[in-house]
Design a protein around this ligand. Structure first.
Ligand SMILES: CCCCCCCCCCC/C=C/C(=O)SCCNC(=O)CCNC(=O)[C@H](O)C(C)(C)COP(=O)(O)OP(=O)(O)OC[C@H]1O[C@@H](n2cnc3c(N)ncnc32)[C@H](O)[C@@H]1OP(=O)(O)O
Length: 392
C-alpha cells in the first residue's frame, strides 16, 4: 500500500526522487560551511539516489518538501482537494515549512540526507574526524562535527512541539553531548518554528492510575528534563530559528548564549493555559529582565519580538533571517576552536554557585505545576486547544 502510494506520488515528484533504492555509498560532502552550498545540495540529491533502503513515505515527504522549499521557496501550489490524498500529503509537507528561507531548507535537506546515509553505514565506516550523526532518535536530528554537537528538534509538522518521547530524547542527547568530544552544544529547530513548547496532546494519554498519576509522573519528568539543562557542563547555545513558545522559551534562561533570527518570537502563555512558569524562569527571568518585565511575560503572556527579547537580555544577539544561519554558524565554528577545557571550567566558575538554587527553584516550580495540571483552568484550556484542532 505504502509503495503503491509512493509510486503514485512519483508522478508529481522532481525526477531525483524517482530513483530511491540503490546501494549506499559513503557520503562525501563539503562540510566546511554549516550552511550548505549549492554543491552540497547537489551532492545530497545524488546521494538520495544511492540510498540502499527505501526511507519510507514520511521521510520522502520531508525530502520532497525541503527540496521544493530550497528550489522554489514557500509553497505556491493551489491546495489539492481532500480526496487527492497523495498530492494533499505533499502539499501539506511543503506548506508546513511556511516561510523557511531557501538556504535553511537547503541545509536541512543536506542534513536529512546525511543522517539517512549514516544510518545505513556501520560505525566502523565513519572515519575519525569526519561528520558523525547519531541515529536512534525519532524526534531529533543529532550531529557532531568540528567540535560542535548540534541537536535539532525535528517535528516540523507539529511546530517542534515537545512530546514525551522528545523530552526523553533531548535528555539522552544532552547526556551524550556532555561526554562526547565536542566543545560546545547547540539546540535548534527544524522548519519554521524553534518549538511550540509542550505538546498539548501529552495531556491526553492518561494512565490507569488517572490524571493524578499522570501529573505526578509529568512533574518527575519535567524536573529531570530541566535538571539536565541546569547541570549541562559545556557551553550551551540556542539557535532560535523561529517562534518559540512555553518551555522552549523558559529554559533559554539556562543557556549560555541565545542567538535568534529576527523572525523569532518569545511567548509564554502560562496563565492562558491555566499553568505556571517552569524551566527555572521564575528565578532566571527575574534576574535577566527584572520583575516587571518578567511578570509581563510569565504572568500576562506578553509575546516578545526577537528585538525586544534581546533588549531585555533573554537573547544575546538577533540576525536578519536571510543571513541568520550563515552569521551564527560562523561564530559558533570560531567558538568551537577555543580550548574546550578552559571553556568548560569558565562555565563552571560562572554557573556553579547558582546550581543549588536552580535545582531548588526547579523542584518548587514542578510541584506547583503538578497541582495546576489538575485544575479546571488548565483542563479547560487544553481541551479548548485540542478541540479547536479536532484532536478530541
Ligand atoms: C496531566 C498532566 C500532563 C502534562 C504533561 C506535561 C509535561 C511537561 C510540561 C512542561 C510545561 C510546559 C509548558 C508549555 O510549554 S506551555 C506552551 C504550550 N504550547 C502552546 O500552547 C502552543 C500551542 N500551539 C499553538 O498555539 C499553535 O499551534 C501555534 C501558534 C504554535 C502555531 O499555530 P499555526 O496556526 O501556525 O499552526 P497550527 O496550529 O496549525 O500547528 C500545526 C500543527 O502542529 C500542532 N501543534 C502545534 N503546537 C502544538 C502543541 N504545543 N501541542 C500539540 N500540537 C501542536 C497543531 O495541532 C497542528 O497539528 P495538525 O496539523 O495535526 O492539526
Amino acid at each position: 500500500m505504502a509503495i503503491a502510494a509512493w509510486r503514485l506520488a512519483q508522478r508529481w515528484c522532481p525526477s531525483y526522487l524517482q530513483v530511491i533504492s540503490f546501494p549506499v555509498v559513503q557520503l562525501h560532502m563539503n562540510r566546511a560551511a554549516m550552511t550548505a552550498s549549492q554543491k552540497d545540495f547537489e551532492n545530497a540529491m545524488n546521494q538520495v539516489k544511492l540510498l540502499k533502503k527505501d526511507p519510507g513515505n514520511e521521510v520522502k515527504l520531508k525530502l520532497y518538501a525541503l527540496y521544493k522549499q530550497a528550489t522554489e521557496g514557500p509553497c505556491n501550489m493551489p491546495k489539492p482537494g481532500v480526496f487527492d490524498l497523495i498530492n494533499k500529503a505533499k502539499w501539506d509537507a511543503w506548506n508546513t515549512l511556511g516561510s523557511l528561507p531557501k538556504e535553511t531548507a537547503r541545509q536541512n535537506y543536506v542534513d536529512l540526507v546525511s543522517s539517512l546515509s549514516s544510518s545505513l553505514e556501520s560505525s566502523s565506516q565513519v572515519e575519525p574526524g569526519t561528520d558523525r550523526k547519531s541515529t536512534g532518535y525519532e524526534t531529533l536530528m543529532v550531529t557532531s562535527e568540528g567540535g560542535i554537537t548540534k541537536i535539532t528538534l525535528n517535528r516540523p509538522a507539529k511546530k517542534n512541539a515537545i512530546n514525551v518521547e522528545m523530552y526523553h530524547e533531548i535528555m539522552r542527547a544532552l547526556k551524550a553531548a556532555s561526554k562526547d568530544d565536542s566543545s560546545i552544544t547547540v539546540l535548534t529547530g527544524n522548519g519554521d518554528y524553534y518549538s511550540s513548547g509542550n505538546d498539548l496532546t501529552n495531556f491526553t494519554d492518561i494512565p490507569p492510575g488517572g490524571v493524578e498519576e499522570k501529573a505526578k509522573n509529568s512533574a518527575i519528568l519535567l524536573r529531570e528534563f530541566v535538571g539536565c539543562f541546569i547541570d549541562f557542563p559545556k557551553p550551551l547555545i540556542a539557535v532560535v530559528n523561529g517562534p518559540a513558545v512555553g518551555i522552549s522559551v523558559t529554559i533559554l534562561g539556562l543557556f549560555d548564549v541565545v542567538y535568534a533570527s529576527d523572525r523569532a518570537t518569545f511567548h509564554t502563555p502560562f496563565s492562558h493555559l491555566g499553568q505556571s512558569p517552569e524551566g527555572c524562569s521564575s528565578y532566571t527571568f527575574l534576574k535577566i529582565m527584572g520583575p516587571a518585565k518578567a511578570t509581563e511575560m510569565l504572568v500576562f503572556g506578553k509575546k516578545l519580538t526577537a528585538g525586544e527579547a534581546c533588549a531585555q537580555g533573554l537573547v544575546t544577539a538577533v540576525f536578519p533571517d536571510s543571513t541568520f544561519q550563515k552569521e551564527v554558524w560562523t561564530r559558533l565554528k570560531a567558538f568551537a576552536k577555543l580550548p574546550p577545557n578552559a571553556m568548560r571550567i569558565s562555565k563552571e566558575v560562572i554557573r556553579n554557585r547558582e546550581k543549588e538554587k536552580l535545582h531548588a527553584v526547579n523542584a518548587e516550580e514542578c510541584s506547583v505545576l503538578q497541582e495546576r495540571w489538575l485544575s479546571d483552568e488548565c483542563m479547560n484550556a487544553v481541551v479548548n486547544f485540542l478541540s479547536r484542532k479536532s484532536k478530541l
